[in-house]
Design a binder for this molecule. Sequence first.
Ligand code: NAG
Ligand code: NAG
Ligand code: NAG
Length: 185
Amino acid sequence: MACKAFTISLLCFTIMTSFQATLAFANNKAISRDKPCKHMVLYFHNIMYNGTNQANATSIKIHDSHGALGPFDFGTLVVFNDPMTADHQLLSTPVARAQGFYFYDMKDNYNAWFALTLVFNSTEHKGTMSIMGDDIIALEERDLAVVGGTGDFFLTRGIATLRKNAVQGIEYFSLQMEIKLYECY
Ligand SMILES: *[C@@H]1O[C@H](CO)[C@@H](O)[C@H](O)[C@H]1NC(C)=O
Ligand SMILES: *[C@@H]1O[C@H](CO)[C@@H](O)[C@H](O)[C@H]1NC(C)=O
Ligand SMILES: *[C@@H]1O[C@H](CO)[C@@H](O)[C@H](O)[C@H]1NC(C)=O
């Protein structure tokens, strides 16, 4: 009896070990920062609703903290459905939508936290890419994580780097988003 139990647990141990080895092998494939499997540069355009620009607004404050915790909008939450273009012009034909939200989360500087999905529905790409992370606005370049995808971007992962493109008052800002994917299926 004891021997039988021992044999089973040994067998079980062997199976588990080989399973773990396979996982480790899958995760250890060499990834080079300079060699993404897909690379694209898009532009994100955000027009804030200001009370009168219904026709043009692409984003709206869901909660405005009105400076209760300092001058950096800490606690303000914005929902957006923004056009993404292939060049830096707001009026170019969009190649995707960026749908999501961001909120300001720092009392002593402008710092936003983003969660969004890029929705592609063009002849070139169909599918989505989900992106999230911290946007330290004071930095010239900010990296967000591409945490997954669907369709043409099935199970993808990578990095989306944000850089300032244009700002006009409090109503409009535009960011360059350089996307490098390191897992493509
Ligand atoms: C809202 O934005 C529009 C377009 O930029 C501008 O014409 C209008 O004056 C703004 N309204 C307010 C209340 O700031
Ligand atoms: C807002 O939209 C209208 C109609 O689409 C357009 O004529 C106007 O130029 C837009 N204004 C801004 C500030 O983008
Ligand atoms: C994608 O575009 C096609 C053609 O314009 C449209 O019929 C379809 O509803 C769109 N799908 C989504 C998910 O927006």
